[in-house]
Write a protein that binds this ligand. Structure first.
Ligand code: FEO
Length: 402
């Protein structure tokens, strides 16, 4: 009995046996708009091999898909490309069920899996560049350390030119379609950018090195099969080009103004600041935190050149919502931005200074003196805010090289 879910044939030898999570919206703080998939792949070589598994609540779906093409007990090898639970979570179950001959992971992966599951199954460590035989097929492994965990690795099915890229080139997008060319490319680029910004951004220098390495190895995959979202078939060169662009984080003439407000004073300031930026020739995205999630803010910053942050002072502090987004951004380490701060206060102005300290700690140079307004801005105050925005626009244009 295979259950209701069927495997999807990708090539003669490879089937998609993952799961579709239509309902997920929170991925450890990253707000997902369109659900996701957990992709597992079955290679029907002489040694039948399963590449990765799915998040634990979806294991019955994965088992059903596997059972639609083979007896799961015929799986001989398991490959774990990444120890994060959305891919490794069903590993203990499938090991117990299938009793494979061998389980493979990177050297760091062996340790990470043991530290996750505290089991005593033997896992074989594979080195960077190492190949293993599946009989009539060969797999090669490429370590991709810190992309985005220490143990992450790519797997290459040599004869078929298939690159199993783990989280790399992935996106959170639930769909019944398995290939990029069956979906709207605009949505794919939007979700891939958001995924890059929220997951891979801090490791951009390593992404650049990896792209150079893949080029030097002359790997020309016919398909890129990530762990989330659709398989790249038509858009391979496009997604590689986009990764090169995102990893470079070359600033554009674009500003992002992020703010929250108590009684609309900081909001009025934000709108005036945006007016100054726009009239200074810089396209500007205004992002009120009442309706903008932190994961959308970082996605907007992926191609921005300036980050302006506004908060009123509340009890001697910046607003918690502003602290939230700054904490998130600090971890994701956006590069090549200039910054500035603004905000209203009642009797003790603290928020602007605190924002400036955080931006400085993020290595974002301040290009205008922070602007503060007591209680409610006058027209003169708002004119100062417009001028402040224009000053940032001028600085950004001076730094912009294109
Ligand atoms: Fe999709 Fe890093 O797990």
């Amino acid at each position: 009995m295979s259950g209701p879910f069927k495997a999807v044939k990708i090539t003669d030898k490879v089937y998609w046996v993952g799961a579709i999570d239509w309902g997920i919206r929170d991925f450890h703080g990253y707000r997902i708009s369109r659900g996701t998939t957990y992709n597992a792949y079955l290679v029907l070589a002489d040694k039948i091999t399963l590449i990765d598994t799915v998040k634990p609540p979806f294991r019955a779906e994965m088992m059903s898909r596997i059972a639609s093409v083979i007896n799961p007990k015929d799986i001989r090898y398991l490959i774990s490309g990444h120890a994060e639970m959305d891919h490794s979570g069903s590993l203990p179950y499938i090991i117990e069920t299938v009793k494979p001959e061998k389980i493979f992971a990177s050297t760091a992966g062996v340790k990470a899996l043991q530290e996750h599951f505290h089991f005593d199954h033997e896992i074989t460590a594979v080195k960077d560049g190492e190949k293993i035989s599946l009989g009539n097929r060969e797999l090669m492994f490429l370590e991709t350390r810190m992309l985005h965990w220490p143990e992450s690795m790519f797997t290459y099915l040599v004869e078929d030119n298939l690159l199993f890229s783990q989280d790399g080139f992935g996106m959170h997008l639930a769909s019944n379609e398995r290939f990029d060319d069956e979906l709207d490319m605009h949505i794919l680029e939007e979700e891939a950018a958001k995924y890059y910004a929220n997951i891979l951004l801090p490791y951009s220098a390593l992404v650049t090195k990896l792209l150079d390495r893949v080029k030097a190895m002359d790997l020309r995959p016919d398909l890129i099969l990530p762990a989330h979202g659709p398989i790249w078939r038509k858009g391979i060169s496009r997604i590689i080009e986009l990764y090169g662009k995102w990893a470079a984080q070359k600033p554009s003439l674009k500003a992002v103004v992020v703010y929250d407000t108590m009684w609309h004073s900081t909001e009025m300031m934000a709108q005036a600041v945006a007016e100054g930026l726009t009239s200074g020739g810089v396209p500007t995205k205004l992002m009120p935190l009442s309706s903008s999630h932190r994961s959308n803010v970082v996605a907007e910053l992926l191609d921005a050149g300036a980050l302006l942050v506004g908060s009123p002072t509340l009890n001697g502090n910046l607003l918690p919502s502003v602290a939230d987004v700054l904490t998130y951004l600090k971890g994701l380490k956006p590069q090549n931005l200039v910054g500035a701060a603004f905000g209203s206060y009642g009797w003790a102005d603290a928020a602007v200074r605190q924002i400036e300290e955080i931006l400085t700690s993020m290595k974002i140079p301040l290009v205008a003196e922070g602007i503060k307004v007591k209680y409610v801005p006058t027209n003169d105050d708002l004119s100062r805010c417009v001028t402040f925005g224009s000053q940032v626009a001028t600085k950004l244009k001076e730094q912009h090289v294109d």
